[in-house]
Design a protein. Sequence first.
Length: 257
Amino acid sequence: MLSVTSARGAIFDIDETLLDTGGNRYGNPSNALHERARLQAFQEVGKRHTIPDFITLSAEDNLRGFLDEPVHSLEAAVWHIMFTKGIVATEEIEPDNLLLREIVARKDELFEDILRADGKPFPGAVSFVAWLAENGLQDHLAIASTAIRRDIEIFLDTARLGGYFSSKRIIAKEDVTHAKPNPEAFNKAFAALSLPEPARPSVLAFEDNPRGIMSAKAAGLFTCAISTVLTKEDLLALAVPPDLVADSFDEFRELLS
C-alpha cells in the first residue's frame, strides 16, 4: 500500500476522473457532455447525407456505442455505431472512412462550447491535486488521456489546474497511436515524469473506466480507481482490478495519508 510520502508521482485520466462530464453513474450518462456532442454530430451528418439511421439515432444507442466498444476512443465509438446500424460492413475501423472523419470532426467542434459551458471538476479533485503537489509531487504530476489536447487544456485552465501539469507532462490523444486499454498513454506519461524505471510501482495512476484501469495496470503503475462510473464492488470485481478504490478524492486523501 502506497502513501503520499512514498509515492514518486501521480498520473491522472481526465474524463470522469478529474472532469465531471456527466457520464458517470450519478448523472444521466445518455445526456452527458460527450454524448450530447456525439449525438448532435451524428444527426447533423445524417441530415447532410440523408442517412435516416443517423437522424433518428437514440440517446441510448449513442451511449451504448461508447460503452460496448472495447477500445476507448471517439473513433471506435462512432465506428461501432456505424457498424451496428449497418452503415459499414466490418467491425475493423477504417480510419480514412469519410463519414467517420466527418462525424469525429464535427463532434470535436461541438464539444468545445459544451465543455466551456458545462464542464466542471469533480468535488475535491482540485484540492486533491494541490495536496499531492504540497506533499512533494509538484514536479511529478502528469495526464494520460484519450481526450484531444485542446479539451484537456480548456479543462485544466477553467479548473485552475494548469499550473500543476506542464505541457510536456500531458499525454493526449494526439500523442498516442493506440487507445486504452493499450498502456501506451500511461507509459508515455510515466516517461514524462523523468523517473527511474524501478519507480513505476510507486507512481499513482487515477482512473475510472475498466479500459483505463487495464491500461494503467499494464503500465505497471499503482492503479487507483474512483467510483464515478462503476461502484466499488464492480471495480473490485473486474477481471483486471485496481489496487485501490475510493468513492471520492477526499477518501483517497484519507487512504493515502
